[in-house]
Ligand binder design. Structure first.
Ligand SMILES: C[S@@+](CC[C@H](N)C(=O)[O-])C[C@H]1O[C@@H](n2cnc3c(N)ncnc32)[C@H](O)[C@@H]1O
Length: 208
């Protein structure tokens, strides 16, 4: 059973840390590209809701395992007038047909899943041929000094931050899962301690 911290502390920590100005700026560069039948994996908190373009989105589906974050996500969808099917579930075994979505959005989600490789395989499966995975994730930094601190901090941080890992690969993980990756940017976020601040974003396509 989830602890008090997991049920109450982690959702508030996520909502606060993930809606800082710099983070919102990055979201605004990624999420508006979503089009067609859209799945947001790890939609908890609903922070991306304001960035979807209603005219481009034919349907919106959200999936997340946290009941508390799902409630926030449903409230955000209602606030933005977004008709949404927001469900409980995990990315490792998605309750969707193969080839169902034009776009799968993940922002700051692959850091927290139990099995990143299984989730990427599922993202590929549920995307249509020619579909796009839009990603904005933080992860393993390229600089040895920063990477060393990430490895040191990660065991404690995972326990505080809802299984958030600091060392996971991002663009290279999509490429290893068989996507053609257009990594649009990779940099340290200004104003964020470097072990937490390496972000990569872009689009990963399934061969059409
Ligand atoms: C750091 S939060 C980011 C939330 C949101 N994506 C955002 O950008 O603000 C990580 C999210 O991943 C979700 N998550 C954790 N494990 C997951 C899994 N196995 N499958 C899908 N989502 C998962 C969490 O519940 C949480 O909503």
């Amino acid at each position: 059973m989830a602890s008090w911290w997991e049920r109450h502390g982690v959702p508030r920590l996520i909502k606060c840390a993930c809606s800082q100005g710099q983070v919102m700026k990055l979201r605004s560069r990624v999420v508006p590209h979503a089009r067609g039948h859209v799945l947001e994996l790890g939609c908890g908190g609903g922070i991306n809701m304001e960035f979807y373009r209603p005219g481009q989105v034919e349907s919106f589906t959200g999936l997340d395992p946290s009941p508390e974050l799902l409630a926030m996500s449903r409230a955000a969808a209602a606030e933005h007038g977004m008709a949404a099917d927001i469900r409980g579930g995990v990315g490792e075994a998605m309750p969707f047909d193969s080839g169902q979505f034009d776009t799968v959005v993940t922002t700051f989600t692959l850091c927290s899943v139990a099995d990143q490789v299984a989730v990427l395989a599922e993202i590929r499966r549920v995307l249509k041929p020619g579909g796009t995975a839009l990603f904005l994730e933080h992860g393993g930094a390229p600089d040895a000094g920063v990477a060393k601190w990430q490895r040191r901090i990660e065991p404690v941080w995972k326990r505080i931050g809802g299984n958030c890992h600091l060392t996971r690969p991002i663009g290279t993980a999509y490429a290893a899962a068989g996507f053609a990756v257009d990594r649009q940017a990779a940099a340290y976020m200004p104003g964020t301690p470097r072990p937490f601040g390496w972000v990569e974003y872009g689009a990963a396509r399934v061969a059409g």
